[in-house]
Design a protein around this ligand. Structure first.
Ligand code: ZN
Ligand code: ZN
Length: 334
C-alpha cells in the first residue's frame, strides 16, 4: 500500500475481514532503522495473511524485517495474526496489561466465560429460547485467532520508537478495557485503533469482562484526547482522516441521542436491557435494520451497547435498577 503521506514512512495495510460489514481492518507498518514496527495484525485467515505478505512485498519488506508488533486491543481483527507472525518472524509483541488478562479466558479456556455470559444474558432479560445461540455467538471467531502472550506489557505513558517516530502509548479504555492509542507528538499523528473511527461509531458494550461503566470510561478517554494536537488520524477501520476534534464531538452527540432514545423507551414502565435493545434503532455497526433481522451476534452486541448506556446513565443518577425474580429491570428516576 502507498505511504499514508508522501515522505512519511508509514504504510497502511488493508487486510480483509471474513463476512463483516467493516470489510477490512487497517494494520500500519512503520519503517524503522533496525527492523520495522507493525501496529495491529488482522485476523488469522489465509486470505488476510496472504494479503499482508503481498502488501509488505509491494513496499519491499518481508515479514522477517518486522521486529515489533503493537496491538491496540485483543479483538480478533486486531490481534488474530499476532501469534502466527511471532512464531514465524520472532517479532516482539506489546499490548496493554488489561488485554493480556483476557487472552486465556477468551481464546484458550472459554468454559468459564461462556457460563458467565449465559448468566449475564439471563439476568438482563434474554428469552430462554434465544439464550443458547446468543451465548455461543462469538465462538466462531475463536478460529481466527492464534493466541499468544505479549513480550512487553504496556500500562500507558511509555514511548516506543521506530525510525523517525517516537510514539507515546495512551491508555484509552471504553471499546476495550485495555485499548491503547499511539500518539506521535512531532508529526501530530494519532493511531486510534477502534477508539475513534471516521464514520462508524465504535461499539461500546457492557459484558462480564468489561468495567462496570465502559461508556463512562470511553467518554472520559475520548474527552481526554481533545487536548492533543492531531493533524492525521490513522484508524483501525475505514480511512485516515484529519477532522479529529469535530469527529470526537459527533461521537459524543451520538451517545447523547442514544441516551435520549433509551430514556423514552423507559417512559411508561421498567424494562430489561434486552427489552430496551429490541426497541432501539440500530444504525451504527448494525446498519439501520429492525430487531427481527438481526442475527445472534448483532443482538448480543446490541444488548451489550444498551447496557453500557443504561449503566452510564445510572452512574449519573438518571436511572435506577431493581431485581425481580432474578431479572434486572431499569427505570427512570423521575
Ligand atoms: Zn475492536
Ligand atoms: Zn476492530
Amino acid at each position: 500500500m502507498a505511504e499514508v503521506e508522501p515522505g512519511i514512512s508509514i504504510h497502511r495495510l488493508q487486510l480483509p475481514i471474513p463476512n463483516s460489514p467493516l470489510e477490512y481492518v487497517n494494520a500500519y507498518l512503520v519503517q524503522g532503522n533496525n527492523g520495522h514496527l507493525l501496529i495491529d495484525t488482522g485476523w488469522n485467515t489465509e486470505e488476510a495473511f496472504d494479503s499482508l505478505k503481498k502488501q509488505l512485498a509491494e513496499i519491499g519488506i518481508s515479514g522477517e524485517d518486522i521486529s515489533q508488533i503493537i496491538v491496540t486491543h485483543v479483538h480478533p481483527d486486531h490481534y488474530g495474526l499476532a501469534g502466527e507472525l511471532k512464531h514465524l518472524y520472532g517479532a516482539k509483541l506489546a499490548l496493554h496489561h488489561l488485554e493480556k488478562d483476557f487472552i486465556e479466558s477468551r481464546y484458550i479456556n472459554m468454559d468459564e466465560l461462556l457460563n458467565q455470559i449465559a448468566r449475564w444474558l439471563h439476568i438482563n432479560g434474554a428469552p430462554p429460547d434465544e439464550l443458547p445461540e446468543l451465548q455461543t455467538a462469538s465462538l466462531p471467531m475463536r478460529r481466527f485467532v492464534t493466541p499468544i502472550l505479549p513480550d512487553v506489557t504496556l500500562y500507558g505513558g511509555e514511548t516506543i520508537s521506530a525510525g523517525y517516530f517516537n510514539f507515546k502509548v495512551l491508555w484509552t479504555p471504553g471499546h476495550a478495557s485495555g485499548h491503547i492509542c499511539l500518539y506521535e507528538p512531532t508529526r501530530k499523528i494519532l493511531f486510534s485503533g477502534d477508539h475513534i473511527l471516521p464514520n462508524i461509531t465504535p461499539h461500546i458494550g457492557l459484558h462480564p469482562q468489561s468495567s462496570t461503566n465502559p461508556l463512562g470510561d470511553y467518554l472520559d478517554s475520548l474527552n481526554g484526547l481533545k487536548q492533543l494536537d492531531v493533524q492525521l488520524v490513522l484508524p483501525g477501520h475505514e480511512h485516515p482522516f484529519t477532522d479529529f476534534k469535530p469527529r470526537i464531538e459527533e461521537i459524543i452527540q451520538h451517545h447523547q441521542r442514544r441516551n435520549r432514545e433509551i430514556l423514552s423507551a423507559l417512559k411508561a414502565n421498567p424494562k430489561t436491557a434486552y427489552q430496551i435493545a429490541t426497541e432501539i434503532t440500530w444504525m451504527s455497526n448494525i446498519k439501520g435494520v429492525g430487531w427481527d433481522k438481526l442475527g445472534p451476534w448483532d443482538r448480543r452486541m446490541a444488548v451489550m451497547e444498551t447496557l453500557a448506556h443504561l449503566e452510564a446513565m445510572r452512574a449519573k443518577g438518571e436511572l435506577d435498577k431493581f431485581t425481580r425474580e432474578d431479572i434486572i429491570y431499569y427505570s427512570t428516576t423521575r
